[in-house]
Write a protein that binds this ligand. Structure first.
Ligand SMILES: Cc1ncc(COP(=O)(O)O)c(C=O)c1O
Length: 391
């Protein structure tokens, strides 16, 4: 086969595969309820679209600096300061990329080498282990359980650090569990990372979708030492319903940010100039549209858990952030791939098997869909689970 070991060693995205199959069924005329999506169902707000149209008409259609326009990097620096109490110099500590996925991919290329280990708490977002492998390093999975709401503890972290450990990835709020780390939990994790000199990659892409009363906490804001070790990754996809625009960004020490920038110089160059203008408008606006979307997600979260409470075969961890409910299906005695396939084939309901996230006793239901569809989809799931009880 004329392909590299690297390509052979990379696992395809199940999330994208299930979404494609659900689309196929829809095209054949099936009334598919999709809980598979990893993106808001809202349209991008009009003022953001207008900024992009203006950018086209005003000729902002050329290359920009590879790390993003200085205006956008300044808006990101302001956002980091305002929302996260993080000070990054827009000139050399911020890099804008083609989505947070791209920020994370390039970051791994910049941080690790063969022989390095990257700690990834499970359940994890599907792309983390693959990105680590693509950088030649080794993902080391830290198993968590429902008892700790799928969060790692400082003690567990410390016990798993070896001389090869270089990086820890933290994703709060989490995809797929919706779990959010508290300030206290982050403080104890930060203390271990500082003591053992571990770089923290903090994926904060769901920051704006936190439903708890406590304010969201960025681990990098918890002191000078942890600030120096942390790379804060975020983007406009989830907060502003801008998944297709492909704008993500990171803030880091000058050395790390400039290493990422060098790699980006030789791969994508700048993210689309027009999308950058749109992201600038998004980040500089007040948060009223963003809050309206968040309130709608909160209502849906409350509604979907109420519906799931009617299905005795399903348990779940109450999601405090993002737009996913991670459902324990172990009472069925079936693995997650089988369930995801069967509910799609037999009930036209699309969900993502937990196997993709390193947790085979679970399925992920995304609630970025309307109340009516949530009601209809969970009704079908209730029927399916009722008819497929163990024994
Ligand atoms: C945890 C997590 N990180 C990063 C991303 C990437 O987001 P984007 O590349 O759209 O900015 C996603 C998208 O699904 C995600 O769930």
């Amino acid at each position: 086969m004329p392909v590299s070991f690297r390509a052979k060693n990379t696992v395809g995205s199940t999330t994208l595969a299930i979404t494609a199959r659900a689309k196929e069924l829809k095209a054949q005329g099936h009334d598919v309820v999709s809980f598979a999506a990893g993106e808001p169902d809202f349209d991008t707000p009009d003022f953001i679209k207008k900024a992009a149209i203006d950018a086209i008409q005003n000729g902002l259609t050329k290359y920009t600096p590879s790390s993003g326009t200085i205006e956008l990097r300044q808006a990101i620096a302001n956002k980091f300061q305002r929302d996260n109490q993080l000070s990054y110099n827009p000139k050399d500590q911020i890099v804008v990329s083609c989505g947070a996925k791209h920020s994370l991919y390039t970051l791994m290329q910049a941080l690790v080498d063969a022989g390095d280990e990257v700690l990834i708490p499970a359940p994890f977002w599907v792309s983390y282990p693959e990105m680590v492998k693509l950088a030649g390093a080794t993902p080391k999975i830290l198993e968590t359980c429902e008892k700790t709401k799928f969060k790692i503890t400082a003690r567990q972290l410390e016990e798993n650090i070896s001389p090869s450990t270089k990086v820890l990835i933290i994703n709060s709020p989490s995809n797929p569990t919706g779990t959010v780390y508290t300030r206290k939990e982050l403080e104890s994790i930060a203390a271990v990372c500082v003591k053992r000199n571990i770089v923290v990659v903090s994926d904060e892409i769901y920051e704006k979708l936190c439903y708890a009363n406590e304010p969201f906490v960025s681990i990098g804001s918890l002191g000078k030492d942890i600030y120096n070790l942390t790379v804060t990754v975020n983007g406009v996809s989830k907060a502003y319903a801008m998944t297709g625009w492909r704008i993500g960004y990171l803030g880091a020490s000058k050395e790390i940010a400039q290493s990422v920038a060098k790699i980006q110089d030789h791969s994508t160059s700048n993210p689309t100039s027009i999308s950058q203008a749109a992201a600038l408008a998004a980040l500089n606006a007040d948060e009223s549209t963003l809050n309206a979307m968040k309130e709608e997600f909160r209502k849906r979260r409350d509604f979907i858990v109420k519906c799931l409470d009617q299905i005795p075969q399903i348990d779940y961890i109450y999601p405090e952030g993002a737009f996913y409910v991670f459902c324990n299906i172990s009472k069925t005695g079936l693995d997650s791939d089988t369930i995801a396939k069967k509910v799609l084939d037999e009930k036209d309901v699309a969900c993502i098997p937990g196997s993709s996230f390193g947790a085979d006793d679970y399925i992920r239901l995304g609630f970025a869909t309307s109340m009516e569809r949530i009601e209809e989809g969970t009704r079908r799931l209730a029927e399916w689970f009722q008819n497929n009880q163990r024994g």
